[in-house]
Every structure is written in structure tokens, then in C-alpha cells.
Write a protein that binds this ligand. Structure first.
Ligand SMILES: Cc1cc2nc3c(=O)[nH]c(=O)nc-3n(C[C@H](O)[C@H](O)[C@H](O)COP(=O)(O)O)c2cc1C
Length: 167
């Protein structure tokens, strides 16, 4: 899949907004992810207003790209009730985040995963920024926008045949 090898983390964005159609496309990609027992433990909050994005950017020392990105997707985990395999929720949510990153690269947008979970401090700060919605816990941020600078993709150069063990 070409998007895998053309993706790199984009942290600098132009001022151009991300269209509603493109955001919806990213959400469709996110929810196409596999999940344990098909439990789909996700909820997504789309932050575009400056006040919320600034609060999200302050939630972690490494969340600076949320300031400049016109759109920040907050990926949240649903409460455990209703989940078939709660310990698997972080894996499911990670698959959803990766799908967002790949689809963003595929349609010419830039994006970066900003880590929130498992840091309790970061989770609490994002929760406050969202207005403490009930029944969800923040998992990760994805800053999305039109790239001002797209770093050279390094993924393809990471192949290391010594990490592959043929049995
Ligand atoms: C779980 C996770 C958390 C991350 N958190 C951050 C972050 O807080 N801030 C950031 O700028 N990049 C973050 N990244 C992006 C990584 O730094 C990046 O993927 C890595 O350096 C490889 O570069 P590439 O994505 O361009 O291939 C995170 C990535 C993952 C998978």
C-alpha cells in the first residue's frame, strides 16, 4: 500500500482548513479499523476552534503541533461497560489512529500522532479541554492539516532483515 511508505509525521501546517468531507473520510478510515471482538471502543472529537486546540496543545510537552494544526482529532476510549475485551481497547484505538494517519497521507493531508494515554496527567488535561464528556477517556490526539513541510518518509528505510525470523 503506497500510503504506508509515503506517510511521515507532519508537524507544520498551512492555515488552510481541512474540509468537512476530508474529516469525514478520515473518520470512515478510523472506524474501518479492526478491533477485538469487533468491540469498536472509540469515540472521536473534532477540535477546530483555537481555544480548544490551545488547551489540547498544552496537555503534553510534545503536543505543540496541535497549536498550528487547523484540526485536532481527539481519539477517546469508551467506558468498559459494553466492551467485550476491555484490555484490548488500546490496541483497537491504535489501529484506528494508524488508519487516520494512512488515509491522511493518501489524500495529501499531513498528520501526527500525539501521545496522551497512558499518562494520567495528559489524560486529565485533555478531558478538561473537552469539557469532561461522560463515558469516555482520551487516548490520543491526531493533529491534521495541509502540510507546510512534509518530512521525507523514513518508513521504507527502516526495514531490517535481522528482525525477521523465518521458521
Ligand atoms: C504512541 C505514539 C506517540 C507519539 N507521540 C508523539 C508526540 O507526543 N509528539 C510528536 O510530535 N510525535 C509523536 N509521535 C510520532 C513519532 O515521534 C513518530 O511516529 C516517529 O518519530 C517516527 O517518525 P515518522 O512517523 O515520521 O515515521 C508518536 C507516535 C506514537 C506511535
Amino acid at each position: 500500500m503506497n500510503a504506508i511508505f509515503k506517510r511521515s509525521s507532519v508537524r507544520q501546517f498551512t492555515d488552510e482548513p481541512v474540509s468537512i468531507d476530508d474529516i469525514e473520510r478520515l473518520m470512515r478510515a478510523a472506524m474501518a479499523a479492526p478491533s477485538a471482538g469487533n468491540q469498536q471502543p472509540w469515540e472521536f472529537y473534532i477540535a477546530r476552534d483555537e481555544t480548544t486546540r490551545m488547551a489540547l496543545a498544552a496537555s503534553s510537552p510534545f503536543a505543540g503541533p496541535a497549536k498550528k494544526a487547523p484540526c485536532v482529532i481527539v481519539v477517546c476510549r469508551r467506558d468498559e461497560e459494553g466492551l467485550r475485551f476491555p484490555p484490548c481497547a488500546p490496541f483497537d484505538l491504535s489501529a484506528a489512529v494508524e488508519n487516520i494517519l494512512l488515509e491522511a497521507a493518501n489524500i495529501g493531508l499531513g498528520a501526527v500522532w500525539l501521545g496522551i494515554a497512558p499518562s494520567r496527567d495528559r489524560i486529565a488535561a485533555v478531558d478538561v479541554a473537552l469539557g469532561s464528556p461522560r463515558g469516555v477517556e482520551p487516548f490520543a490526539l491526531v493533529a491534521v492539516g495541509h502540510p507546510q513541510h512534509r518530512p521525507e518518509p523514513k518508513g521504507a528505510t527502516r526495514y531490517d532483515e535481522t528482525r525477521v525470523h523465518w521458521i
